[in-house]
Design a protein around this ligand. Sequence first.
Ligand code: UDX
Length: 431
Amino acid sequence: MKVSIIGSGYVGSVSAACFAELGHEVICIDVDEEKVKMINAGRAPIWEEGLDELLMKHSQKSLIATSDYDYAVQNSDVSFICVGTPSGEDGSIDLAIVKAASASLGAAIGKKDGYHVVVVKSTVVPETTEKVVLPIVEEFSGKRAGRDFGVAMNPEFLREGKAVYDFMHPDKIVVGAIDERSGFVVAELYRGLECAVTRTNPRTAEMIKYVNNSFLATKISFANEVGNICKHLGIDTYEVMDAVGTDFRIERRFLNCGAGFGGSCFPKDVKALIGKAKGMGYEPQLLGSVVAVNDHQPLKMVELLQRKTGHIRNKRIAILGLAFKNDTDDIRESRSIPVIAELLRLGADIAAYDPMAAGNMKKVFSNITYCTTSSEALSGADGCLIMTEWEEFGKLDSEFKGMADRVVIDGRHMLRPDQLKTKIDYEGICW
Ligand code: UDX
């Protein structure tokens, strides 16, 4: 089938490359000419495992990029809206980019003979596809949904760093369509994948995405709340969750307590769902607590450090890990950000190390030292906070010898102090 993809961020570029890999002809549409050039040169505009290889394989064959909406719509049957949906000031969703893309798509569909399907893949709160996207496409195309063009919502469940794998090995494919015809066309696109397609209506598909992410975020905040209780009791929360996680109704995954969740999805999606509920006059208490626990959790790292080192002013503190999780350079909503801000407020001298994300964090904090190795960050440090679950941090040992005072607060359960040759003053945030 011929597919056009609007937006070449991580959802758009991964979906484009994977649809090409499934044998479809793909046209990427992006207003950013730089990204268009990169994709046409077989280079990914974002880092994702396996993405460059797929783009190299399909670029200029079954996959091209353009900023010309008319060309793309004329030469495709289905268009996916994969643009960003950032948070507004109050945490509610900002649909400005989705509206702009819907208008451009509508204008292009207006000039096309024949049926076309509009699919929302961006994460949008329930009712957005039917009450925002559909009317805009009708207005700018002068055509009628259901008769002249189809509309559907097809959420993604891609993890950063594993997005290509997740796309090609889904545990669910959700297609919420306004009618049978639109739903059938979108479901057909995934024929090459071994996964059942859940067919429903657009707002249910939108809600499935939010509930999926909000439940995972709730699992993590629950694990952190239990972790904070266990901490007072001197109990290792991981031991507790290993046992609890054997219950088939609970499942062990996403019960790793620590410094909290970050990223471009969980914080934003939970807040957007809260905003949507409040907008309808419902106060979502549980989701509110999920965010509150997550906002406070990273600051416990600083509290534990202060308990060990006393005042922090002019002390050299090593921060190991800036990315919101391992295997990505993404720092969005990283739990390191509130920790660094608090340490700076307390007058600390920070030396930070991250295998990939220092470049992005420099745009947020220009007044801290960025090191190229853990050793360099630990050298002469009066304390260390482990903030991201990079595998290499689990292998640290002799590097701690360079510290002035070997106080180590672990926010990601990376170290086993009893197995280290180097003696350190170790503390786990929840164990
Ligand atoms: C997430 C969802 O997993 C994915 O399905 C969705 O499409 C987008 O959002 P991602 O944001 O890439 O993906 O990150 P994920 O791997 O889920 O981790 C999210 C955060 O939770 C990270 O900060 C991670 O450190 C933290 N986390 C994860 C925990 O604190 N404990 C856990 O047990 C698991």
